[in-house]
Design a protein around this ligand. Structure first.
Ligand code: SF4
Ligand code: SF4
Length: 212
C-alpha cells in the first residue's frame, strides 16, 4: 500500500530489502512546513465546527508506518493503531504490505501537531515516478480530489512544503522499496488515465532539484 494513497493498490512484493527504520525523531522535528499559508481546513470543513476533511476518519483512512506507530506510541495520545471495523475495511487492510498499519486519530479537534503522523504531514502530495523508479516530482493524491479542495485547483502550495516533503520521500523510498514499487505502478496508471482524458499531471520539484 502506498502510504498516502487511498486507492488500495496491492503490492507485488518486488524490490530489494530496505535500509532499516527511519529516524522518526529527526524526521518529525524537521518536517514542519504546512501545505498552504493559513489553515486550509477552512476550505473543506462541513460547517463551522466541522473537521478538516483529511482529519476526519470517516472520510479518509489514516495509514501509518508500523515503525512509526511503535515509536509514536510512547510519545503521543493524539493517534494510535487500531483495527478496521467493517468487512470492507478488513478486506482493504488484508491487501496492504506488512510495513504499514491502520491507525485512528483520537483527538482530531486538538491535534498534537508536533506528533501528527507522517501521512498527515505529507497529504495531499505524493511522489510521481518514472517506469524505472526515478523521481519526476511531487503530484497531487488525485484519488482524493473529491475530498481535498486543494487537489487539482490553482491554489498555491508552499515551496517549503514541497522541499521538506521531497526530502522525506527520498528517505521513505530508500528505506521501503515496496513504496517505490507501489508508486511506480500508481504513477504509470495515473499517466495512462490522464493521457486518455488529455489532462496534464501537475508536478512540483524541490528547490535543490535533487532526483532520487
Ligand atoms: S483536506 Fe485538503 S484542504 Fe482540507 S485540511 Fe486536508 S489538506 Fe487542507
Ligand atoms: S493527528 Fe492531527 S493532522 Fe493528523 S488526523 Fe489527527 S488532527 Fe488531523
Amino acid at each position: 500500500m502506498c502510504i498516502v494513497k487511498t486507492c488500495g493498490i496491492p503490492l507485488d512484493g518486488s524490490g530489494a530489502p530496505g535500509k532499516g527504520p527511519l529516524d522518526w525523531e529527526r524526521l518529525y522535528a524537521e518536517f514542519t512546513a504546512n501545505v498552504t499559508d493559513g489553515d486550509c481546513a477552512t476550505l473543506c470543513r462541513r460547517g463551522p465546527d466541522g473537521l478538516g476533511a483529511c482529519c476526519d476518519g470517516a472520510r479518509l483512512t489514516l495509514i501509518v508506518f508500523r515503525d512509526e506507530l511503535a515509536w509514536a506510541r510512547q510519545r503521543t495520545r493524539g493517534w494510535r493503531g487500531g483495527r478496521p471495523r467493517t468487512p470492507a475495511e478488513r478486506k482493504g487492510v488484508a491487501a496492504w504490505a506488512d510495513h504499514v498499519a491502520w491507525a485512528r486519530c483520537l483527538r482530531p479537534r486538538q491535534c498534537d501537531r508536533p506528533y501528527r503522523s507522517l501521512t498527515c504531514r505529507l497529504f495531499p502530495l505524493e511522489p510521481h515516478l518514472d517506469a524505472a523508479g526515478g523521481f519526476l516530482g511531487l503530484t497531487y493524491v488525485y484519488e482524493a480530489a473529491r475530498l481535498c479542495p486543494l487537489i487539482g485547483r490553482q491554489l498555491s502550495v508552499r515551496q517549503a512544503f514541497v522541499d521538506q516533503s521531497a526530502a522525506v520521500w527520498r528517505q521513505i523510498l530508500a528505506t521501503y522499496p515496496e513504496e517505490r514499487a507501489c508508486y511506480v505502478r500508481a504513477s504509470r496508471q495515473l499517466r495512462s488515465r490522464f493521457a486518455r482524458h488529455g489532462r496534464a499531471i501537475r508536478l512540483w520539484r524541490s528547490t535543490d532539484g535533487f532526483v532520487f
